[in-house]
Design a protein around this ligand. Structure first.
Ligand code: NDP
Ligand code: BG6
Length: 490
């Protein structure tokens, strides 16, 4: 049954369908899954983890025997945890039946244990409670580290020594940031590996769980028309754009220490880039995909100060950079990244700009700037998920007027079902042991190797930021960067 489940998951099945596979597999065996949210009193646990667990439960994707424990230092009873958690659970818009009833049933499976993150004794108490709920079954355990990174290792040590499963598997989901640079990331990996094997560590990058990021490989490898164009021969530039229309609200302390390059570029945008640019993997197996991603990362040039924008004015809340992959497929193609907070809109997009049509017969219909006539493929990750291709088209009529139009796949119009949150997919994958969407340690090393020299230089030289007004489009310097590479931002 496990192989059957894996086949279903790897065949690109929807969450809805996977639910049947999961139910088929897990309800029949004598195992139980205990999920401990370490740092359950915090923001991420409330905002994302408990709602995602509820959504999985609601879709019947959790195994029959499961228990959820919140663990943190705050004093709370089970009832108080349930009350806190219940504030953020939501029902699927497209499936509201029995929702309140399901919520109550879900909350009954949630418990709380208060303890210190560095106390072997407190984790041993948790272990005792987990065993009571596991009731003699084979116990599989997940610890979700939803805590600040400086206490990751303490918590892993205690969870591993005092509360790991005696007869099943134990997995630990780790949230970013995974260090601040190559050295601290390597030290974190080394410390975690004192207590865990690499295959027990699930490093989460929630952008990999977003629907359109998952769809990237499907788009590329299952449509004949894209793959032949996917190279320097036809693609002039690729843009990875992240913007948020709010600032660092509520997370200022963390952000001040990390900044936008570490918060968004080195992980979320770089992961998308690696998936976008990788060679065809041997199979959809996690290791095959991660092998290809790591090759891309290792073929990239580490960033220099002059590749970023604006030179001498990089701000902690906004950054743009041009990255290059020095391999046969991508040599010379700029991958422009732009990430910023407190801008005029919230969106994440991949924009693929194609080259000019050589000897374009309709050149004179386009005016002086042929850039206005290039095709562009846009994958809008969020909001309003969409994939569209900008083409040139004749305006109907007797004259010969050309127009730019979109061939448009708007998800909301095409699919009626609500798109699952990234955390749902990733939690389900962690439960099933599917590692495809998690970051392997060599990927992490390669990702840090690209950004660490730049980050050090920025800090050593104490670069002065270029200011931009809250709610604006970006600092002006981004346009100079694009112009230097002879492209325009989409
Ligand atoms: P919080 O700052 O809310 O911390 C979570 C819990 O950890 C707190 O409720 C607190 O619980 C405990 N805690 C906080 N600070 C300390 C400290 N200095 N020493 C010991 N315990 C502490 O974090 P978030 O929930 O926002 O994030 C959790 C993890 O997820 C972090 O690694 C973060 O970087 C990452 N992350 C968060 C995102 C978000 O949107 N919030 C997005 C992506 C990643 P108590 O006092 O009860 O023990
Ligand atoms: C997190 C960053 O990883 O991603 C936050 O730490 C950012 O700064 C968030 O706001 C964005 O995630 P999403 O899914 O809301 O786009």
């Amino acid at each position: 049954p496990l192989q059957r489940l894996k086949d279903v998951l790897l065949s690109g099945t929807s969450l809805e369908e996977c639910k049947d596979a999961a139910r088929f597999d897990i309800s029949k065996d004598n195992s139980t899954v205990s999920i401990t949210v370490v740092g359950a009193s915090g923001d991420l646990a409330k905002k994302k983890i408990f709602p995602a667990l509820f959504a999985l439960y609601y879709e019947d994707c959790l195994p029959e025997h499961f228990t959820i424990f919140g663990y943190a230092r705050s004093k709370m009873t089970d009832a108080e945890l349930r009350n806190m958690v219940s504030q953020t659970l939501t029902c699927r818009i497209d499936k509201r039946e029995n929702c309140t009833e399901k919520m109550e049933l879900f909350l009954k499976r949630c418990f709380y244990h208060s303890g210190q993150y560095d106390s072997l004794d407190n984790f041993a108490e948790l272990d005792k409670k987990l065993k009571e709920h596991e009731d003699g079954r084979v116990s599989n355990r997940i610890f979700y580290l939803s805590i600040p990174p400086n206490i990751f290792v303490d918590a892993v040590k205690c969870a591993s020594l005092s509360a790991s499963s005696a007869n099943g598997w134990t997995r630990v989901i780790v949230e970013k940031p995974f260090g601040r640079d190559s050295e601290s990331s390597a030290a974190l990996t080394k410390d975690l590996k004192q207590y865990l094997e690499e295959d027990q560590i699930f490093r989460i990058d929630h952008y990999l769980g977003k629907e359109l990021v998952e769809n990237l490989s499907v788009l590329r490898f299952s449509n004949l028309i894209f793959e032949p164009l996917w190279s320097r021969q036809y693609i002039r530039s690729v843009q990875l754009i992240f913007s948020e229309d709010f600032g660092t609200e509520g997370r200022g302390g963390y952000f001040d220490h990390y900044g936008i390059i570490r918060d968004i570029m080195q992980n979320h945008l770089l992961q998308i880039l690696a998936l976008f640019a990788m060679e065809t993997p041997v199979s959809l197996d996690a290791e095959d995909i991660r092998n290809e991603k790591v090759k891309v990362l290792r073929s990239m040039r580490p960033l220099k100060l002059e590749d970023t924008v604006p030179q001498g004015s990089l701000t902690p809340t906004f950054a743009a950079a041009a990255l290059f992959i020095d391999n046969a497929r991508w040599e010379g193609v700029p991958f422009l990244m732009k990430a910023g907070k407190a801008l005029h809109d919230k969106r994440t997009e991949i924009r693929v700009q194609f080259r000019h049509v050589p000897g374009n017969l309709y050149k004179r219909n386009f005016g002086p700037d042929l850039d206005d006539a290039t095709n562009e493929l846009v994958i809008r990750v969020q909001p309003d998920e969409a994939i569209y291709l900008t083409i040139n088209n004749k305006v109907p009529g007797l004259g010969m007027k050309l127009d730019r139009s979109n061939l448009n796949l708007l998800y909301a119009a095409r699919y009626s079902k609500e798109i699952p949150d990234a955390y749902e997919r990733l939690l389900l994958d962690a439960i099933e042991g599917e590692r495809r969407l998690f970051i392997r340690s060599d990927e992490l090393d390669a990702a840090w190797a690209l950004f660490t020299p730049l980050l050090k230089e920025l800090e050593e030289k104490n670069i002065i930021p270029e200011y931009y007004p809250y709610g604006s489009r970006s600092p002006v310097g981004v346009h100079y960067l694009a112009a230097r590479h002879n492209v325009k931002w989409g």
